[in-house]
Design a binder for this molecule. Structure first.
Ligand SMILES: Cc1cc2nc3c(=O)[nH]c(=O)nc-3n(C[C@H](O)[C@H](O)[C@H](O)COP(=O)(O)OP(=O)(O)OC[C@H]3O[C@@H](n4cnc5c(N)ncnc54)[C@H](O)[C@@H]3O)c2cc1C
Length: 502
């Protein structure tokens, strides 16, 4: 069997692409996924069905190299059909105009805010707003909690932020919004609306689409400069096709490219991998949002409550007209470190980090996790901004009525009395990932030494090979990345379908 399209990875992007490219009945599509496939809502394990908070049960087991933090940070990545859209926290935020200013300079028209705004509108069915900024009939349902539905800790956070002078925001998906208000969430009746449900479910029955779960892709095979097949791990089987689209995510897509001989030539040679194309940018420019949780001994947790309801967006004093901070509370969860049994957390995230990391290969073996250097705080501009966000969270935590939930501090970074040196040390010791890696196969124009794909996702210098997932974003948006990944896949999927017709 020779397929028209081989898609590697059935995550956020892969699900959108498979649905789009199989719309044409005479186009055959195979979707290869390393994890299991739960093909209906009723078949989903409870934690995958629940949209109350993230799930960590289906995981690739990645961790970072020690780097400046001096320790490995766990980097959960979902391994199942739906990918991270099936395990994430379901915060559904659209990127802002300034985020796209950095996308592919000479081809900006393809990713202008006007164009992507249209694409987001097609993607969403926003139940709360009906205006120029919002779509009402797309596949991804979006809802917000009303003020009167906020749980006590969230309401207290909201009141404290308003008391401190932050604007009350009705809609964080208004591109000009800044302040505190309800989070848009892609959760309906408690069920997380993953791309497996919003995009793949309606396409599953098509006879020209085959989903192959529990199938680990090793590498791409080439005839000359053209990708013609992928080799599967643990067997001699190859899957042949006219085009290969990598949608394996920001850690796995560059790893597959490198195993296939596409990447920095010196690195590949050092591992004994034959070089097909010397692309130094593969694995480079890794950008991710650092996340710090200030933890308090909170009220006892109750089952069945949503973790996230609201967020404050703000600019650090170092930001130049950009909203580079998110601060948000998380409903108390059970944890043995809390004397009362429940931990209440106020999270701080740096949303416009300048630091960059890198993904490289530990070995050419497909079962081996890649080496991931997050690069957190290697740019000297990032620590002062993270400290600003943490001090802002301290201020809110000390403001009534939120202060009634934060009197007993459990983590070092939650102590408001720290000197700058102490706070920096606490941040380095406690910071984690917000799970938004991008940039490891970033798009750019020919001649850009760090570019891996062009503005449509085509790998530079090769034929029949594309990357379409979060890895091709040239910089990390100042919001959570799922909706932008879906938007990007929808847009690239349209161009790929047109190419097919041509
Ligand atoms: C815990 C967590 C919480 C998050 N919360 C949010 C949130 O609330 N809001 C938000 O906007 N974003 C959130 N994100 C981020 C968001 O979900 C991701 O940016 C997005 O899903 C990335 O999509 P992707 O298609 O690039 O990759 P993925 O969705 O990760 O898809 C990659 C797929 O490829 C498969 N794969 C990888 N390697 C291979 C291989 N060798 N062979 C076969 N298959 C392979 C994987 O199993 C996976 O299914 C969160 C992420 C995590 C992990």
């Amino acid at each position: 069997m020779r397929w028209n399209w081989i898609i590697v990875g059935a995550g956020s992007a892969g699900s959108v692409l498979a649905a789009r490219l199989s719309e044409r009945a005479d186009s055959s599509v195979v979707l290869l996924e390393g994890g299991p496939d739960y093909s209906s809502v009723s078949a989903l394990p409870p934690e995958i069905r629940s949209g109350l908070g993230p799930a960590f049960s289906h995981d690739w087991g990645y961790g970072s190299e020690a780097g400046r933090l001096g320790r490995s940070v766990p980097l959960p990545r979902a391994r199942l059909v739906g990918g991270c859209s099936a395990t994430n926290a379901a915060l559904a935020l659209k990127a802002r105009p300034a985020d796209f200013a950095h996308w592919v300079s000479s081809e900006r028209a393809r990713w202008s805010f006007e164009e992507v705004q249209r694409e987001y509108r097609e993607l969403e069915a926003d139940a709360d707003f009906d205006d120029d900024w919002h779509g009402r009939s797309g596949p991804v349902p979006i809802r917000r909690f009303a003020l009167e539905e906020f749980l006590p800790e969230h309401r207290a956070f909201y009141d404290a932020a308003v008391r401190r002078g932050f604007a009350a925001v009705a809609d964080h998906n208004d591109p000009h919004a800044a302040g505190v208000g309800a989070l848009p969430l892609n959760v309906v009746d408690g069920v997380r609306q993953s791309a497996a449900l919003t995009h793949l479910a309606p396409a599953r029955q098509r006879s020209n689409l085959t989903i192959r779960p529990d199938t680990l892709v090793d590498r791409i095979l080439f005839a000359g400069r053209r990708a013609v097949a992928v080799a599967l791990a643990g067997s001699a089987e190859t899957v042949e096709g006219d085009a290969v689209i990598l949608a394996a995510g920001a850690y796995a897509s560059p790893a597959i490219l490198m195993r296939s001989g596409v990447g920095p030539a010196d690195h590949l040679r050092s591992l004994g991998v034959g070089v097909v194309e010397d692309l130094p940018g593969v694995g480079g420019d890794l950008a991710d949002h650092p996340l710090l949780g200030l933890r308090y001994d909170g009220p006892a947790p109750a089952d069945g409550l949503p973790g996230a309801q609201i967020v404050l967006t703000a600019a650090s004093s170092e930001a130049e007209e950009e909203l580079d901070l998110q601060v948000f509370p998380w409903t108390p969860y059970a944890d043995a470190v809390s004397p009362s049994g429940g931990v209440f957390t106020v999270f701080v995230a740096l949303m416009r980090p300048l630091s960059r990391g890198r993904v490289s290969l530990r070995s050419p073996e497909p079962e081996d996790a890649p080496l991931i250097d997050l690069g957190y705080f290697t740019d000297s501009a990032d620590m002062p901004r993270m400290m600003h966000g943490t001090r802002l969270a301290h201020t809110l935590a000390g403001t009534a009525p939120l202060s009634s939930f934060t009197s007993r501090k459990l983590s070092a970074a939650a102590q408001p009395s720290l000197t700058d040196d102490e706070l920096e040390r606490a941040i380095l010791a406690e910071v984690a990932t917000y799970h938004h890696p991008v940039g490891t196969c970033r798009m750019g124009i020919p001649g850009d030494p760090g570019a891996v794909v062009d503005a449509t996702g085509a790998v530079l210098g090769l034929e029949g090979l594309f990357v379409v997932d979060a890895s091709i974003m040239p910089s990390v948006p100042s919001v959570n990345t799922n909706l932008t990944t879906l938007m990007l896949a929808q847009r690239c999927g349209r161009w790929l379908a047109e190419r097919d017709r041509g």
